[in-house]
Ligand binder design. Sequence first.
Ligand code: ADE
Length: 401
Amino acid sequence: MNFHVLTLFPEMIRQGLHTSILGKAMERGCITLETTNIRDFAANKYNRVDDYPYGGGAGMVMEAEPVYRACKAVEETIGRPARTVYLTPQGRVLNQTIVEELAMEEDLILLCGHYEGIDERVLEEVVTDYISIGDYVLTGGELGAMVLIDAVSRFVPGVLSNEESSQFESLQDNLLEYPHYTRPEKWHGKTVPSVLLSGDHKKIEAWRYGQSLKRTRERRPDLMKNAVTVTCAYYAPEEKWQEILRQTTEEMTRYGTMLDIGRKKIRKQHNHFETEDFLLFAVPAVLPADSPLASWKEFFQSFRGTQTPAALILYGPSPQEDSQTAFAGIEQDTVYGADSRSSSTDCADVKPLDDPIGSIKKILQDKGFQILDICTHPESISERRRFLLGLREKIYQGIRS
Ligand code: ADE
């Protein structure tokens, strides 16, 4: 990952980031940091880059031309246009989902403003994202850029060691992390919760989940409002897809449940869900001939929601297939399973729609699910990650409100 910072104070950025974990990550080459002094692109012999605002008022405004030239010079070194983030209190407030999404870029240009801001016309031409690090006003964008670089770098492979890994952590489920303890067992008369000494990993995990919920309720009720409990209901006869779907669910949540609809026992039980749940349905685009499921209709038969948010993954026959191939196998009778095994379901009155995906959507809506998104070709890891990040963004921005 390459960070390119456009600033009037390059020293501030360099000194702030060349130490500790990020400094080491730079030495190892996992991330690079290049600073560009906007003043070097001043269009006058005094190296002035700001001027009085049209219309009057306090303060100075950074001129369009030096910012534009600095930006184009950086784009030239990258070799193509890159995502350009302007740090401003007027932007989207940075959160973990935005951080993870930015971490998928190869290059990021970060533009730091000063004084009263930057001439609007150049922002319109070069900026792709407006990001704030919180609802307060700083003297410039540099601290915002450093915060963003630190948070994003944690998701760049190789930056954190295994122990520091960012796979499971605070905010992944819109929950705060549980409390941590280390030696000694007794300190200032306070003992470590006994469950942590029990060696029973299931109990420890349940305790941690309970503590996360309690903490979030007490300290950040605003987050709790949008937290969901994730269940992945899947049918994956191939082991390869079972593993991919397990990993996909783990990326979405630390505390998820997997429901294998290939198992009769699971199909026979009542799978009822509430508003606070989130269902990730995953089925093959084409049901194999020897499938125990007569149709997709049968897959969804035991499910009921209560305006429960949900998403659907229709995966292809093999990760090498492209999206065209994955779609090609979706026929009307695959959706409706033109067979007798499931003739008495409550979906029988669903009329075939022009598009099979629309049909599945209709079945799920009739069963009380709110479909947030559908992913029809999740073959690549980045495709799946973007899909999950999009879902997380939707959920945590408050679908229930
Ligand atoms: N520049 C000034 N204030 C800022 C903020 N809150 N976030 C990002 N950049 C800023």
